[in-house]
Design a protein around this ligand. Structure first.
Ligand code: MN3
Length: 204
């Protein structure tokens, strides 16, 4: 079975006005879809038809196939990003809230760090909240690079590519980050990822 473009976990107008339906339709229906289509073509060429997305990313990395790696990693990153957002917003609870308090001091301090790191990140990439051996940290990856393969376990991510915000906020990445970080982070998803033994898997 080839990889699928997973559906958005909410209606395409659910994140407006921070992220409009127009942005989500293009971002999910064109950008994410293209990454999935190109990953399926690359998997076929690598003899990996039917493999999981994580297996394809690992194989492309091992073989030094940069184009296959970038497309597969971007297919994964976008699946993870859709789940990192939620129209319900809310606040972290339980073990996640405790871990945020002990690692960052407060939710506001974590939000400020995500905002600052996301604003300063040069060109395209991703900003992540991660966990490793009980310690939470904010990390960045460049271009299509991913945290899908382990090391620090991703809890949440925010897309910093211009296509994530340009239609709604033009060049003003800080405005996009402020709108998303304040209201749309899916803390239930982050809590599940923190509690899970392994890293989130792209649905097959
Ligand atoms: Mn994107």
């Amino acid at each position: 079975m080839p990889l699928k473009l997973i559906p958005l976990p909410y209606p395409d107008d659910a994140l407006a006005p921070a992220i409009s339906a127009d942005t989500l339709r293009t971002h999910h229906g064109k950008h994410h879809k293209a990454y999935v289509t190109k990953t399926n073509a690359a998997a076929e060429k690598l003899g990996l038809a039917g493999a999981t997305l994580e297996e394809i990313i690992a194989a492309a990395q091992r073989k030094g196939d940069k184009a296959a790696y970038d497309n597969a990693a971007q297919a994964w990153n976008h699946g993870f990003y859709w789940h990192s957002l939620s129209p319900r917003g809310g606040k972290p609870k339980g073990a996640l809230a405790d871990a945020i308090a002990s690692n960052f001091g407060s939710l506001q301090a974590l939000t400020d760090e995500l905002q600052a790191r996301g604003e300063k990140h040069f060109a395209s990439g991703w900003v992540w909240l991660t966990a490793s051996a009980g310690k939470l940290s904010v990390e960045e990856t460049h271009d299509g690079d991913t945290l899908a393969l382990g090391g620090k376990k991703p809890l949440l991510t925010v897309d910093l590519w211009e296509h994530a915000y340009y239609l709604d906020h033009k060049n003003e990445r800080p405005k996009y980050l402020k709108a998303v970080l304040g209201k749309l982070l899916n803390w239930e998803f982050a809590a599940k990822n923190l509690a899970a033994a392994g890293t989130w898997k792209y649905p097959g």
